[in-house]
Each structure stands twice: as C-alpha cells, then as structure tokens.
Design a protein around this ligand. Structure first.
Ligand code: AMP
Length: 232
C-alpha cells in the first residue's frame, strides 16, 4: 500500500492493507476513517453508506434493506450485506487495500470476510455512552459526499449546504434518540462475539475516542502507532 507524503507516494507495505474500524455508532469512526483514508491513500468503505446509496439509487436491494431493516434500526441480514460489500471491494480502487467502517457486525460476517480478504488490523474506537448520544443527536451529513458535521461543534458555513461540495445537508432518519438506543443495544449484543473473535486472533487494538474533534490528532497518533506495529 502507499502512504502519501506531500505530493509523493511511497510504498510502506508492499502489499494490500485491510483495516477494520470498529466501535458503536457515533464514536467517530467515519470521521477518523476519512482522515486515515486520505493519509494512506486507500478507500474508506462504510456498509451503512453503501445501503443509503443503494436506497437513494432505488435498487431492489437498497429499497428492501431500507424498508425492512435499517429504516427500523435493525441490522440488515448477512446475505444482503455481504453481496453489497463484495461488489464494492472487487472494484479497482481497492487493489491496495481499504478501510472498512461498520463491517463486520456479526460473527458470521467476520467469518465470511476471512474467506474473501486478509484482515491486517482491527481498531476498536471507544467512548462513553454520554459522549455517543451527544455526538449522534447533533450529527448532520452531506447527502452528496457524505461529509459529517456536528450542529454545534462543526457546523457548515452556510446552514443546510455542504462546505466541500455544496450538497444538501440532512440528518439521518435513524439518528433519533429512540432509534439510537435500539441501535446501540443491538450493536453491543450482536457485535460482542466479533470483538472476541479478533481478540483471539490478536488483531484488536483499542483506541480512546473520547476526545473532542479539535483533539483529533491524539486519536490519529494512537492509530498511526498501531499501523506502525503491523508494518514491522
Ligand atoms: P451505519 O451507518 O453503520 O450506522 O449503518 C446504518 C444501518 O445500515 C445500520 O443500522 C444497519 O441497519 C445497516 N448496516 C450497516 N452495516 C451493516 C452490517 N455490517 N450488517 C448489517 N447491517 C448493516
């Protein structure tokens, strides 16, 4: 894989790098993932975004996933999720590796992923429930480029308009306190075995994600350190 330094790209791995970003909703995986994607020049793939895009594009799978599952705060069944993911990671921009956000969420998904990719590192981002509820309740997103903002701490310059691409800003349908609580509960119940799975494989690294966005460097430094370790 390549790491960009200024205008140059240098090879630091000589092979594909696959990193999983784990942690409950609202812990900041999307924000840190976007920074890491830039830094390491590999795409950030979020299964949640893939579902939202598929629904926006009105594909059969996208509409089914929204109407029957994610629109109600439920996990989408593994077969649909894997189908969507497999299509995405077979694209050319994933040849040097990728960062995965929001996948795997079940033990079965982790086992299926092992059949199609070699996971190098699993980063577990951790923050308190209080921090998570505050972040999610104020999260707003660009419909076009998916950039994430915070209503109070990181608002757009013009209300309702993305600073980066001019796209429309929206709040996710499932970012209501009621659905957040359902998602958090479901997340921990279903995902706990996934943490144990990667812990047993010695791939899991915990990252303290409770810092405010201005201190994002503290988190990136922790992540860099973990990536350095696997390069050795
Ligand atoms: P997220 O943006 O990661 O919170 O995902 C939004 C919704 O998409 C989730 O609440 C799930 O319904 C669905 N989803 C995303 N990733 C997965 C996954 N790996 N397995 C099952 N459902 C998923």
């Amino acid at each position: 894989m390549t790491k960009k330094t200024g205008k140059q790209s240098i090879n630091i791995m000589g092979e594909r790098l696959i990193i999983l970003l784990m942690g409950s909703q609202g812990v900041g995986k999307g924000t840190y993932g976007a920074l890491l994607s830039k830094e390491y020049n590999i795409p950030l793939i979020s299964t949640g975004d893939l579902f939202r895009e598929a629904a926006a594009n009105k594909t059969g799978l996208g509409i089914k996933a929204r109407d029957e599952y994610w629109g109600q705060g439920k996990l989408v069944p593994d077969n649909l999720t894997l189908k969507l993911l497999q299509e995405r990671i077979s694209q050319n921009d994933c040849k040097n590796g990728f960062l995965l956000d929001g996948f795997p969420r079940t033990l079965n998904q982790a086992e299926e992923l092992d059949k199609i990719a070699k996971v190098d590192l699993v980063l577990h981002f951790v923050a308190s429930e209080k921090v998570i509820l505050e972040r999610l309740g104020n999260r707003i997103i660009c419909r076009k480029c998916q950039k994430i903002y915070h209503r109070i701490n990181m608002p757009t310059k013009v209300p309702g308009v993305c600073d980066v691409c001019g796209g429309e800003i929206y709040q996710r349908e499932d970012d209501t306190p009621e659905l957040i609580k359902i998602r958090l509960k479901e997340y921990w119940t279903k995902t706990k075995p996934v943490f144990d799975y990667y812990k047993n494989k010695n791939l899991l690294s915990e990252i303290d994600a409770s810092f405010p966005i201005e201190e994002v460097d503290k988190i990136l430094k922790q992540v860099e350190k973990e990536i350095e370790k696997i390069k050795k």
